[in-house]
Design a protein around this ligand. Structure first.
Ligand code: 5AD
Ligand code: SF4
Length: 454
């Protein structure tokens, strides 16, 4: 028997424990937390990763082919040694893109639920109990946020908060407009209330999330039209919220107000993830990016004028259909011009249903490999240079987790670098001033002022 065809253990039809495993982007992490909170309010309890849970939710990513393959291999691995298995739900963007096709490919999947329908998970679980089909890839007009239970307080110093979802940009390589739907902004009051709940629970840093987070629009509590900069200004008034970040942003939504906000809101961290994808205008046009290499560079220049120490991050795709060697060189050139603090870079992956998947001149794998390694060598060098340039600076870090050795704690700098300190007297959640004493490619070492004085 194929492991994907293993029967479900009948004892698990009314699950009491669950495990959510999220793949891909930070929004999936956020969605996974909201699913867990909702199941918690239904009386279910979280179980450790593995096959112990009665219900396993795979919260999936469809952005590249590799991410999808990972889901199917994970489904196979959920069969227990005795041949039984948990109830299995596939949530997230693979669920949205493939719908009931998933159950044809992996017959042991019980529930398929898209990113805009997961507030209906309890109903879908009941349906499985009744032996009914449990596939929900609706994108209901009323947002799921109104139907989800209020956030529960979490004792963690950093939190994600989705403020908008979806994408209207339709870059020709990207599945997101199809899997997450149109751009929808959450309301001002829902966001402010959720931020206050997170801060009451102990969050000191909130990262605002959206596929095009800076496209957020809404009205404030006085009915005035606002953009994301207005929202950030409002959130900055929450006294115990010390740091605000946002991701991912689109160059075309970098408003004057948001650029100015980087200069005058202290709590807005000096870090900007602003993907450009490629450095050649013909490729950018074929990608339907609706900005040029030059207009991107001008935005970076203006952001740097507002906040000279800002760290710039980005995403790149190499080997978009038709990309010539010379066009790829333009990507290296724009990287040289920007000087990134850190970046993500990918080989183009044709996604079913997107315009680019049907374009002529798909690039051979070997060419993509070579381009990616050249690009990554350059990006790694820039990251190391950026890190090295922070040595000798005194800055604040927010301690997020324990390090590998006793007494070690790891926090983030304002520029999103991991900083390791040895300071047993400090706790997770502390915002402390440190001297950066050394830098590696992926992290920095810091020394707290109090320890130096001792
Ligand atoms: N192939 C490769 N990378 C992609 N991305 C989005 N779609 C694809 C694709 N089809 C990358 C982009 C985007 C990031 C989230 O993933 O760089 O910014
Ligand atoms: Fe995808 Fe482009 Fe939308 Fe980003 S802006 S989610 S890359 S379509």
């Amino acid at each position: 028997m194929n492991r994907n065809d293993a029967p479900r253990n009948p004892a698990t039809t009314a699950p009491t424990t669950f495990h959510v495993k999220s793949f891909g982007c930070q929004m999936n992490v956020y969605d996974g937390e909201r699913m867990a909170e909702m199941l918690g309010t239904q009386g279910m309890t979280p179980a450790a990763e593995g096959t112990d849970a009665d219900l396993v939710i795979l919260n999936t990513c469809h952005i590249r082919e590799k991410a999808v393959d990972k889901v199917y291999s994970d489904i196979g691995r959920l069969t227990r040694d005795d041949g039984s298995r948990p109830m299995i739900a596939v949530a997230g963007c693979v669920a949205q893109a493939e719908g009931s096709e998933i159950q044809r490919r992996a017959r042991n999947v019980d529930i398929v639920v898209g990113p805009q329908a997961y507030h209906r998970l309890p109903d879908l679980i009941d349906k499985v109990g009744r032996g009914e089909a449990a596939v929900d890839t609706d994108m209901p007009a009323a947002s799921k946020f109104g139907a989800l239970p209020a956030r529960t307080k979490q004792a963690r110093p950093t939190a994600f908060l989705t403020i908008m979802e979806g994408c209207d940009k339709f870059c020709t390589y990207c599945v997101v407009p199809y899997t997450r739907g149109a751009e929808i902004s959450r309301s001002w009051s829902a966001i402010v209330d959720e931020a206050k709940t997170l801060v009451d629970g102990g969050a000191r840093e909130i990262t605002l999330l959206g596929q095009n987070v800076n496209a957020w629009t809404g009205e404030d509590d006085k009915g005035r039209a606002q953009g994301m900069d207005g929202l950030v200004r409002e959130l900055a008034k929450i006294p115990d919220l010390r740091r605000i970040r946002y991701t991912t942003s689109h160059p075309n939504d970098m408003s004057d107000g948001l650029i100015a906000a980087h200069g005058d809101i202290d709590k807005l961290m000096p870090f900007l993830h602003l993907p450009v994808q490629a450095g050649n205008d013909r490729i950018l046009k074929a990608m339907n990016r609706s900005h040029s290499a030059d207009s991107y560079l001008r935005i970076i220049e203006r952001v740097r004028q507002a906040r000279p120490d800002i760290a710039i991050s980005g995403d790149f795709i190499v080997g978009f259909p038709g990309e010539t060697d010379a066009e790829f060189e333009d990507t290296l050139r724009i990287v040289e011009q920007v000087r990134y603090a850190q970046c993500y870079s990918f080989k183009y992956s044709p996604r079913p249903g997107t315009p680019a998947a049907d374009m002529d001149h798909q690039i051979p794998a070997a060419v993509m490999d070579e381009r990616l390694s050249r690009l990554q060598a350059l990006l790694n060098r820039q990251q190391a240079e950026f890190n090295a340039a922070t040595v000798g600076r005194t800055t604040q870090i927010l301690l997020e987790r324990k390090g590998r050795h006793p007494g070690q704690l790891i926090g983030k700098s304002p520029w999103l670098q991991s900083v390791v300190v040895t300071a047993p007297e400090l706790s997770i959640g502390d915002l402390v001033t440190v001297d950066i004493i050394s830098a590696g490619p992926n992290s920095l070492a810091g020394e707290t002022l109090r320890r130096k004085a001792a």
